[in-house]
Design a protein. Structure first.
Lengths: 332, 572
């Protein structure tokens, strides 16, 4: 229905039920309208498991009930979320200026997300998806863990602001790519890359889900001694703020590796031809230009208990958590 | 979590939908109306918060906001008084508070003719007479013309806020409406607070703001504990009339406060011939005062600013015992008593400290030398303005509700009540309002959920500690000045005299108390330069302070050695 995917029985029944409700009581907007209940069984869809790590999925499924405990396991992510949105806003606003979509004198309060199609890959409990949907983006959150999706749906269903703009779906990104032709203005995948098995395949999938001229946002952790100290030794072992084994050091990815990937990566111009675009980042330049890509450090200030977006090119800022933005070329 | 299994989800949603069918006149299945913010309480702080919200276009475009108030706001909106009379509830607005009210566009609606700029403050010790003087010109402010604070009738401010609200719109004002109960929505509906009103409406609220004063129902719902106590003290207020200051004196723009062991008495100027009284005193004295005829209260006020403490204590005893006997002290009895006391203290009848005979002074005459160290002589009280209220110290454990009380936040007196001696109660509330409104705007800009703990945390982080410091400072001041225990009197006297000599420190204190409009450094470099400058001047300052302190200590130590002999002479 919504995504053109094969539906199982439970879904069909749910969809029909919503329609009946609308007919019977047109004034009674059902609380869960617009939020699609999906997947009654873990393996409801054929899964391309090339990047999914089952141990990781099991780990997060176990923690899923804690997603919205703002002072618990995921408190760091809750606090990080506004900074992620700030970065996404800033980059989209800048791109809109550069494309001439909005005039130069547009105030910084302008909301560039309104009515964009946004995909949040690995949405977890929906922390980022909810924020983007509240800003008016038509947001689809997907996650490979059914329990995450359930938590996300249940949480969003309480919020009347999200009824028309937010949808969740239980699927891996690879399945969505092959099963649904829809592509997105913005694809986000926050704190996911360090949990997947085959990052290159995962990045390719995400990149293919982006419309030409669209944006890909990632956030992850760099593979440095500092990152090891902060995310594994401190957060997991000493302070116990994060469950042990949440992070695996060898899966961390350096910003330079992401840049190198997109210096080599060319996306298919259309799904049916062999033709490829130019690389997303110009391989002849040492650093990406500001219209191609950007890496920004995310720094936690324990005194204020607050994350801050480090200034561009701040020394050492990308040694641990960082945000990455890259734009898909508009034309060959 | 068994709740989340597919079957129980169905079970949980089904009954709610069934209810909806029988309840078809109301827009949502549960019968609740969805709001983003519900503010409970339409006092100055609640209205200022609503006003701050309505001044933001982001809020007006995105949020549905209601303010619930039990009283009739039309009465406040249409409030007016003849220009020569004043309401008895007056607050001091610091320049910081005023700047905020300008920023949200509410100050334009204030009737500034009814406000009074405070150019000077004189505060002295009821026992030792150690005096500290704050002067707007001492502070080196760029805005000296504003004085250090403005005195304003609460109703003047509330009326301005209401007019500002109707101009910018976007806020639903539900007045003459009581909150009957607040309950938590079902867990699977997010557990949002639902405010049930006495007109049977039920507002399901993303964020519930408690601006509902000391006995805050929102605080009880949120289950936030608080720490505090009642002072054994009542605040007596009244509007005072007096002749204007003479041609050779400054205008009536000085606020006076004398710390008596029973509590501070304050004289706050409103106009050349009108001022406001805030007299904190023991409950039995307050009761006797309230039962006295107005002329007696006026004479008691005059005496309280002038006579030595030992005589004031005697006068207190007089009115209390007269009140207890059922035959209140008459004005002539009191005047005779004051007259006799003045003579025995050797107070020159022409001195400003003489109050027994209130003769309308010749305004052209040269006033006594000490005329400006006490307030003008009160001649009468505005009828119907004498009132009293209990004073208390209270600070909640948290400003943000958690767990079952989540999506709630407290501002103003609901979060903290403070002794009025520093005139900071409303200013703290307005600072809360400013921070919370900014916090909400930032969250909206980033798509956050304004009711979430994470979104509200910066508000608590910014306000809790600074409120706590001021609350406890004022509390300590009250306690230090409530004693006549010699060493404490000595220490506080030295402290105040040292402070009075240090203009730099006074300037800093006033800035901290909000007299100065905060100026944020333009850039980091500016800040660094400022810091360097400070270090360079600090060494001079230390030398200067050391000199002053040693002088005062030396003279006070001499005084302490002499005092036992002097005391003996006094008490006989």
């Amino acid at each position: 229905m919504l995504l053109g995917l094969s539906l199982d029985g439970g879904r069909e029944e749910e969809g029909r039920r919503v329609e009946v409700e609308e007919e019977e009581a047109p004034q009674n907007e059902p609380r869960r309208l617009g939020i699609v209940w999906e997947g009654e069984r873990e393996s409801s869809l054929p899964t391309h498991t090339s990047t999914i790590n089952n141990a990781e999925i099991a780990h997060f499924s176990k923690l899923s009930s804690q997603w919205w405990d703002e002072q618990g396991e995921f408190s760091f992510l809750h606090k990080m979320n506004p900074v992620r949105v700030q970065f996404i806003r800033e980059k989209l606003l800048q791109a809109a200026y550069e494309d001439g979509v909005i005039p130069e004198d547009t105030p910084s309060t302008h909301n560039p997300l309104r009515r964009l199609d946004v995909l949040d890959v690995g949405c977890g409990g929906g922390l980022l998806s909810e924020s983007l949907a509240r800003l008016g983006a038509h947001t689809l959150g997907i996650d490979a863990s059914l329990s995450n999706i359930r938590i996300a749906q249940m949480h969003a269903s309480a919020d009347p602001k999200l009824r028309s703009t937010l949808t969740y779906f239980h699927t891996p990104a690879e399945t969505l790519l092959t099963a649904d032709p829809k592509r997105y203005d913005v694809v986000c995948s926050m704190e996911v890359l360090e949990h997947v098995d085959n990052p290159a395949t995962f990045l390719t999938t995400c990149a293919q889900l982006v419309k030409p001229g669209g944006h890909l946002f990632l956030s992850t952790i760099s593979r440095t001694p500092l990152a090891y100290l902060l995310t594994i030794v401190m957060a997991e072992q000493v302070l116990r703020k994060v469950s042990p084994n949440t992070h695996t050091y060898s899966k961390f990815i350096k910003p330079s590796e992401l840049i190198d990937f997109f210096k080599a990566y060319r996306s298919p111009i259309d799904e049916n031809s062999e033709a490829l675009s130019r690389p997303w980042i110009n391989p002849n330049l040492e650093y990406p230009t500001r219209v191609e890509a950007e890496v920004r450090g995310l720094i936690y200030n324990p005194l204020q208990a607050r994350w801050v977006l480090a200034p561009r090119d701040a020394f050492g800022a990308t040694e641990c958590n960082y945000l990455f933005w890259v734009r898909k070329p508009n034309n060959p | 979590m068994s709740l989340l299994s597919p079957t129980s989800l169905r079970v949980a949603t089904a009954p709610i939908r069934r209810i909806a069918r029988f309840n078809s006149t109301i827009s949502y299945s549960s019968g609740y109306e969805d709001y983003d913010i519900v503010v409970v309480g339409g006092g100055p702080v609640g209205l200022a918060f609503a006003s701050a919200l309505s001044s933001s276009s982001l809020v007006r475009q995105n949020l549905r906001v209601a303010l619930v108030e039990a009283g009739d706001l039309d009465k406040v909106r249409n409030w007016s008084m003849p220009s020569d009379s004043y309401s008895n509830r007056v607050s001091s607005l610091t320049n910081a508070s005023q700047a905020f009210l300008r920023e949200i566009g509410a100050w334009r609606f204030v009737d500034t003719k009814r406000t009074c700029s405070v150019e000077q403050m004189q505060i002295w010790d009821g026992i030792s007479n150690a005096r500290i003087t704050f002067d707007a010109t001492d502070m080196g402010l760029p805005e000296v013309r504003h004085g250090m604070a403005h005195l304003i009738e609460n109703l003047n401010l509330q009326r301005a806020l209401l007019h500002s609200l109707s101009e910018s719109g976007g806020i639903e004002l539900l007045d003459k409406t009581k909150v009957s109960t607040i309950i938590r929505d079902a867990e699977d509906q997010g557990g949002w607070p639902v405010v049930h009103l006495n007109d049977y409406r039920a507002l399901r609220s993303r964020l519930l703001v408690g601006a509902d004063g000391f006995n805050s129902p929102v605080r009880s719902y949120a289950n936030i504990d608080s720490y505090g106590w009642s002072y054994d003290t009542q605040g007596v207020v009244a509007t005072l009339f007096h002749p204007p200051r003479g041609a050779f004196q400054g205008p009536n723009t000085t606020a006076y406060q004398r710390f008596l062991p029973t509590g501070p008495i304050a004289f706050l100027p409103l106009s050349p011939t009108t001022s406001s009284l805030v007299w904190s005193t023991r409950p039995h004295i307050a009761r006797a005062l309230l039962a006295s005829e107005p002329a007696v209260i006026a004479s008691m006020v005059n005496a309280a600013f002038r006579l030595p403490e030992v005589s004031i204590r005697y006068l207190h005893d007089c009115i209390v015992s007269a009140h207890a006997s059922g035959e209140p002290l008459t004005h002539s009895e009191l005047t005779d008593e004051i007259h006799w006391r003045e003579q025995s203290h050797g107070i020159d009848p022409h001195s400003a400290y003489a109050s027994a005979i209130v003769n309308i002074l010749n305004l052209e005459a040269v006033p006594p030398e000490d005329a400006e160290s006490v307030p003008p002589l009160v001649t009468s009280l505005q009828p119907g303005t004498v009132a009293s209220f209990p004073l208390r110290y209270n600070h909640t454990d948290s400003y943000i509700g958690e767990g079952a009380g989540s999506r709630t936040v407290l501002i103003g007196d609901a979060a903290h009540t403070i002794h009025p001696l520093a005139g900071q109660g409303l200013n703290l509330g307005l600072a809360d309002v400013e921070t919370l409104a900014k916090c909400i705007n930032n969250t909206l800009k980033l798509g956050g959920d304004i009711g979430s703990y994470t979104a509200l945390l910066p508000y608590a982080q910014e306000r809790y500690l600074s409120n706590h410091i001021l609350l406890s400072t004022v509390d300590k001041l009250h306690k230090i000045y409530s004693t006549d225990f010699d060493p404490v009197v000595w220490a506080r006297t030295v402290g105040v005299e040292v402070l009075n000599e240090l203009d730099i420190l006074k300037g800093t204190m006033m800035a901290a108390a909000g007299a100065q409009v905060p100026i944020y450094p333009q850039s980091n470099w500016n800040g660094i330069a400022k810091g360097f400058e400070t270090i360079m001047t600090t060494s001079h300052t230390v030398k200067y302070i050391a000199e002053k302190v040693s002088n005062i200590l030396a003279s006070r130590l001499q005084g302490l050695v002499k005092s036992p002999t002097a005391k003996k002479g006094n008490s006989t």
